[in-house]
Design a protein around this ligand. Structure first.
Ligand code: MN
Length: 200
């Protein structure tokens, strides 16, 4: 197969009690796996099968006839990026280099958390909330469904999946609790710092 499901970067129970192994058995083992399988079927025998996920995402985003390819390719990339956006013992205060940038961009670390929480909890329906950089400017971006800010020229620094399947088994309808837990206990700030180094 052209595209493969990457393993989780930690064991499936490593983020308990915040996100359960049961959630990952579905979210990674079923949802993420299905996006990989669907993408492989959709690009089989086409020139897209030889391209990278970011190339496929950029090439199909505005092509109505390739909507299925875009949705599955972006969901494959987004989920891998989301797993790496979290780590056991994460969240809380970022390293100084990250914190300084957040304070500069949002007027304070608490203000950043407030804006991120508001955008993540008010995103209607299914989608993603991102911290992005473009032209040295940090921004919190909402995308619907499979959307990815790279198609607007923005570099993702981390993301939170706010599709119901990301939290329903553990939090049911309480998306705000999931968002708060993500910020307080899960964000992998080292991953954010590493991504910032790739931004001009
Ligand atoms: Mn998901």
């Amino acid at each position: 197969m052209t595209f493969e499901l990457p393993p989780l970067p930690w064991s499936s129970d490593a983020l308990e009690p915040h996100v359960s192994a049961k959630t990952f058995s579905f979210h990674h083992g079923k949802h993420h796996a299905a996006y990989v399988n669907n993408l492989n079927k959709l690009v089989d025998g086409s020139p897209l099968a030889r391209k990278s996920l970011p190339e496929i995402i950029q090439e199909t985003v505005n092509d109505a006839a390739k909507k299925g390819v875009f949705n599955n390719a972006a969901q494959v990339w987004n989920h891998t990026f989301f797993w790496n956006s979290m780590r056991p013992g994460g969240g809380g205060e970022p390293p100084a280099k990250v914190k300084d940038r957040l304070v500069q961009a949002f007027g304070g670390f608490d203000k950043f958390k407030e804006e991120f929480s508001t955008k993540a909890t008010t995103l209607f329906g299914s989608g993603w909330t991102w911290l992005t950089a473009s032209g040295g400017k940090l921004e919190i971006v909402q995308t619907s469904n499979a959307g990815n800010p790279m198609t607007d020229g923005k570099t993702p620094l981390f993301t939170l999946d706010v599709w119901e399947h990301a939290y329903y088994l553990d939090y049911q309808n309480r998306r705000p609790d999931f968002v708060k837990t993500f910020l307080d206990h899960l964000v992998n700030w080292d991953f954010v710092l590493a991504n910032m180094k790739n931004v001009k």
